[in-house]
Design a protein around this ligand. Structure first.
Ligand code: R5P
Length: 286
């Protein structure tokens, strides 16, 4: 197997290479004067099992992924697996209002055209882990919530896990199995891209270490408001763990409102203290 890294996943690819013992393809990746992306793969991929690794948290990142996948095919690879640790455009998975683009489906249809296998982690539009199908396209969805549970297991005195909305409950339950602690959930209503509100609900968090776990943090609006809510109910500490730290508005305000903020390295950030490399490597080598 040869690993073909996109520019967003270079560090993760190095970790994977160390675990799997697979070489990393040599790539020239630069910009044309008008900022369009120039890619050239210098390694020979003829007949090779190729694994392209790239998180797509911007429009440029998606363009780079499409270019890479098509190029790997053009170079005569034997098979192509796309590992997309964080899959962007996954939150528009339904037509919430008539006439809206179904972005999650569109992006996936394009990726599917170029690949034999698609692997991702805690994909927003998939409610379970394993081999799943979305609009007829097969995806292997890996679950990093047990890793979040493992991280917090020995760090807290009296932990209680909190899902910030009902959608995260199943995943938070898996982390609570790892930690052997209670969990509960909040009832969230999204007001706007930046604002959420929580229904009044009495939680058993008094004098406890509350840990909010979510699949992703974008603006941080959800976890900042959830943290306020939990402190108002007497939580001793409030920590936050997420799989994908998108942090579209920076990390500063979120860090100020919680005792600890941690995420995985599906996106490389200042809070990436948990690696998903072993989890991905296990699936690539099975
Ligand atoms: C929503 O369903 C997700 O699980 C996250 O809670 C959400 O995407 C976080 O967004 P933000 O950080 O902008 O509140």
């Amino acid at each position: 197997m040869i690993l073909v890294p996109g520019s967003n996943s270079l560090i993760l690819t190095q970790k994977l290479s160390g675990i799997c013992g697979s070489p990393i393809a040599e790539i020239e990746n630069r910009r044309f004067s008008d900022n369009e992306i120039y890619l050239r793969i210098k390694s020979s991929l003829k007949g090779e099992t190729c694994t392209v690794i790239h998180s797509t948290y911007s429009n440029d990142a998606l363009t780079e992924l499409f270019l890479l996948l098509d190029l790997v095919g053009d170079l005569g690879s034997g098979s192509i697996t796309a590992v997309i640790p964080y899959m962007g455009y996954a939150r528009q998975d339904k037509r919430f209002r008539e006439g809206e683009a179904l972005s999650a489906k569109t992006m996936l249809k394009i990726i599917d055209q170029f690949t034999d296998t698609i692997i991702t982690l805690n994909c927003h539009f998939l409610n379970d882990s394993g081999e799943l199908t979305f609009h007829g396209i097969k995806i292997r969805n890996l679950d990093a919530f047990p890793l979040l549970g493992k991280y917090f297991r020995d760090k807290t005195r009296d932990p209680v896990l909190i899902a910030p909305d009902k959608g995260a409950v199943n995943q938070v339950k898996k982390a609570s199995n790892v930690m052997g602690c209670e969990f509960d959930y909040l009832e969230k209503t999204r007001i706007s891209d930046h604002e959420v509100e929580f229904a009044l609900k009495k939680l058993d968090v008094e004098a406890k270490d509350a840990i909010i776990l979510d699949d992703m943090i974008a603006t941080g609006g959800t976890v900042i408001e959830a943290s306020r809510f939990l402190r108002s109910q007497g939580a001793r500490t409030v920590s936050v763990g997420c799989v994908h730290g998108v942090f579209s508005e920076g990390i500063g305000k979120i860090r100020e409102s919680v005792d600890e903020l941690v995420c995985t390295d599906t996106i490389n950030t200042k809070a990436s203290r948990i690696t998903v490399s072993d989890l991905i490597a296990k699936h690539l080598m099975s």
